[in-house]
Design a protein around this ligand. Sequence first.
Ligand code: TTP
Length: 710
Amino acid sequence: MPVSRAQSSDSRIIAHVDMDCFYVQVEQRKQPTLRGQPTAVVQYNSWKGGGLIAVSYEARMFGVKRSMRGSEAKEVCPEIQLVQVPVARGKADLSVYRNAGSEVVSILSRKGRCERASIDEVYLDLTESAETMLAELPPHRLESINEEALKSHVLGLDVQDGDNARESVRKWFLKSDADHRDKLLACGALIVSELRLQVLEETEFTCSAGIAHNKMLAKLASGMNKPAQQTVVPFLSVNKLLEPLPIKKMKQLGGKLGTSLQVDLGVNTVGDLLHFSEQKLQEHYGINTGTWLWNAARGISGDEVESRLLPKSHGSGKTFPGPRALKTSASVQKWLNELCEELSERLLSDLEQNKRIAHTLSLHLNDSESVKKFPSKSCPIRYGTAKIQEDAFNLFHAGLREYVGSRTIKTKGNLHHGWAITGLSISASKIVEIPSGTRSISKYFDNQVKTCTSEKQSIDLFTQYDADVSYSGNGSYLRFHSMCPQMKNCEEDTGNKHFMPIVNQDKDQNESKDESFIPKSIDEQHSSFSTVRQQQDGVTRDILSLSSSGAELNQKETKIDFLGEETEHGLKSKEQKWKPYKEKGTILRYFGSHGSCSLPKEDHDKILGDNKASSSSDSKVMVDSFFEVVEGKLPPKNLVPRTSTTLSGQDELRRTAWSYKSDEIDQITLNELPIEIQAEVRTWLRPHKRANTMKKGSSILDYFLPTRNS
Ligand code: TTP
């Protein structure tokens, strides 16, 4: 349901830019001989020449439509050029179009906040640029208005037949006594016309645009005059634009809500909606949606342009129409593997290029032969093709179990039980930037420990999964259990059963908070997940943890004592003991102690003295010092229990810093680290080799650790 947001200002200048017949333009750039010709891009399959997904404006003049098959298009336009979408892994490969979209985004983002809304659509907030232009060189002081701007369609401008439309538009731009909002819009329109020209020059693509005071109006306007034109919506023309508009054409009203307005309230146009009071709409649709509807009918929308140049999610899907529907588990797995491979590659390239990680893996299925909807499922994402494939297949089974209910599911062989998959897609969402700089590890583990302060808190965090995203909140959920003492406790209680948490995607966010997760067994050997069953409010919850292959973590509160010595609470147990040097354990063991033993800022400052000339972060200092141990510069010491009461002064600090021995870190175990910090740790370990060749005295610690030579 749409949610009403307060309108920040009715003087914002927002543009929506939409590429014209985008895939066709991309193909025409590849093959310039296609320019000016009726052309369509088809997603090829043998049935009637495949489906058209993009149609050039020349072909549209012959009556060719996107809903047609290739053979139908040939019938209405024999000279049409059909270009096939590139194929990889047996399915459409859209990377060439995605990359072309990115080229455009990089140009459009030069003038203001830019939100990439789809493969070929962008919102721009040009308020600041327009205000600057108005203050420094307003349109009425310009000597000339560029031709592209003069071709603008200004809604509400009275252009009679026979009038020179361009002349009317020029007058509108140059009107010195215009309303302030219109002056800003004129500036916005000039800026957009220049941006569109730059896009054409640099990419050879044309685009159309809408310029208005909010996103909703800009989007409506961009499609009004295509191709290669722009439409401006002055404040006083909003009602004229909206009133005749079919209700289903409004954003967010194309589905059930729009249908309900038609059926239940007899609302067919936006103008019809104006007859309903806000209170009446709230009675029907709740306070938020009611207010949103009331505002939408008046062209009021507070949606902000989000700063986002990169896609919000990655998805890979394929349809299997008619006889090609998938009816066996094996065939679903085969295609899932293909889709997951592509998804995994895109996730890795996003990580490398943009330093972003995704948190949620979701599977969506269609069974068009049935009226029953196949439930979509999601779970936390694990990076690596094999893991994504495994998790996706588990999601499929979770969905299938729900879908077929109590009926027996055959997972092998050719039999199926009343299902036929006609659409399969896998997506990765909740993508966030990873923190940069060497402080990320310390931040990461500090957060784990803070996060794990109580069992209740852990559960709360988990149940919030899917409800909000932040790096330090749910974002790190997947990993934090590996560092969380309570989790180990509970894991043992349940006999170390491995489950996978699966969230029903069909639930809305609030529902999913309260929803128990559907446990799904996975092969222990191949999974790094483990689930903890916890009883809370009478509800058993399965809680995910990253199995830390042998790492034994302290069970008590936030204090983690890796030596198994007495804690503040005087407890000593087998579980608390960590045998650091006897066996090669998980890297989480090494870095895990950081969370509990991280040095307070003042302590690090003491180590560095007043000469904190280096840019080393706290955690970098610790790593530097454990390299020193390996180099033999510092006397190796056993790990020292660190409690808040026992540790004080430089000696203690140094001992804590020596707690890590890099040569004991099995490089393979680095893979167990959260993906976002693997690269950083590897970088730390690399200089260590170079450090071996350094002479004594060349490390910063030689200067700041006076007891080094003792
Ligand atoms: P659109 O912006 O919807 O359409 P378009 O750019 O082809 O044409 P227009 O000038 O009318 O905006 O879609 C952008 C691209 O997305 C389109 O070129 C092809 C692809 N696409 C699909 O693959 N399948 C679809 O169902 C739609 C609607 C688009």
